[in-house]
Design a binder for this molecule. Structure first.
Ligand code: SF4
Length: 322
């Protein structure tokens, strides 16, 4: 396994303590593409930042383990983490305009990143900078461009190129396409997938748009109220969603195939993470809740086929795995 996450909790400690990541467990193989989906505020970006150890106070990992190639990232000090970040685990942020420095050219930003990680050879820096720009389909002449001179799609590609400067084994992506139009979104997804196949890195891709990852991820993880309520192979999850929340999400967006059917949304709204309902956090919105057990008992993780699901509906027909 490339990445093993066990029982991870991340909390925002303060006057209203909030658990944004609630006992999350999953693993990732070499070269695998995992999509993490869920509504805004469900904790998916906090989870991503927790994996990269990039949380800022008051957010804090309060329990669990994150092992990268067997090494516990939570036990490393900042100096050792810096050796892993970017070289072996890199992050692509949501908004390239915020992540890129507006007063530095693309080439200078690439060079700064490489120098900060020990590369001193100017020729090597220039060659690698040109190489990664070509990888993402941008003319190396744009090493002289400033972020405002590039389109939104090009800026996101620059971010991906920057993330690939050191050929990492894992790239964490936090909604990298959210500011793009649908054509640019698809183009970026296709290119990311091609790069992932060609270079062999694994991807954890966070998005609120389930349809976006449907053709690109190997496995899909669905988050609700800080919990990972279902994880399974993407095709199987789309064909046979197990958790009532996943079923609701799938019924909430239109299919381009088959007859036209009215879209059914999910009634209600996600809970405030500082006031999560007892029992199953989805119970106030769940159309198939099963009486007091859903309102009072936190569901365990059950293995059903190739998927893991947190729901009492599956407690009698499968064994609990957590
Ligand atoms: Fe619905 Fe109960 Fe399953 Fe929660 S545990 S999703 S309330 S059936």
């Amino acid at each position: 396994m490339l990445l093993e996450v066990e029982d991870l909790c991340v909390e925002y400690l303060g006057t209203r303590p909030t658990r944004a990541v609630d006992h999350v467990s999953f693993s990732l193989s070499d070269g695998e593409f995992l999509g993490i989906v869920g509504e805004s505020g469900c904790g998916k970006s906090t989870l991503l930042f927790g994996l990269a150890q990039l949380l800022s106070p008051p957010a804090q990992v309060t329990s669990g383990t994150v092992r990268f190639q067997g090494q516990d990232l939570l036990s490393l000090d900042e100096r050792h983490l810096r050796q892993i970040r970017w070289r072996r685990i890199s992050v692509v942020m949501q908004s390239a305009m915020n992540a890129l420095n507006p007063v530095k050219s693309v080439g200078t930003q690439f060079s700064d990143a490489m120098r900060a990680h020990g590369e001193r050879d100017r020729t090597a820096i220039r060659q690698r900078s040109e190489e990664v720009l070509r990888l993402v389909g941008i003319d190396p002449a744009h090493l002289h461009s400033y972020p405002h001179q590039l389109s939104g799609g090009m800026r996101q590609r620059v971010m991906i190129a920057m993330a690939l400067l050191f050929s990492p084994e894992l790239v964490l992506m936090d909604e990298p396409t959210s500011a793009l139009d649908v054509v640019a979104q698809r183009s970026l997804m296709v290119q990311t997938k091609q790069l992932q196949r060609a270079l062999g890195f694994a991807v954890v891709f966070v998005t609120h748009d389930m349809s976006l990852v449907s053709n690109f991820s190997d496995r899909l993880a669905v988050m609700y109220a800080g919990q990972m309520v279902e994880v399974g192979p993407t095709a199987e999850t789309f064909a046979h969603p197990l958790h009532p929340y996943t079923q609701g999400l799938l019924e909430a967006f239109p299919s381009v195939h088959g007859p036209r059917v009215p879209l059914a949304g999910i009634a209600g709204a996600p809970p405030d993470l500082s006031q999560v309902p007892p029992g199953c956090p989805f119970h106030p919105r769940c159309p198939v809740r099963i009486g007091p057990v859903c309102q009072t008992v936190i569901p365990l993780r059950h293995r059903v086929g190739n998927s893991d699901v947190l729901c009492h509906l599956y407690r009698t027909e499968s064994s609990s795995v957590a």
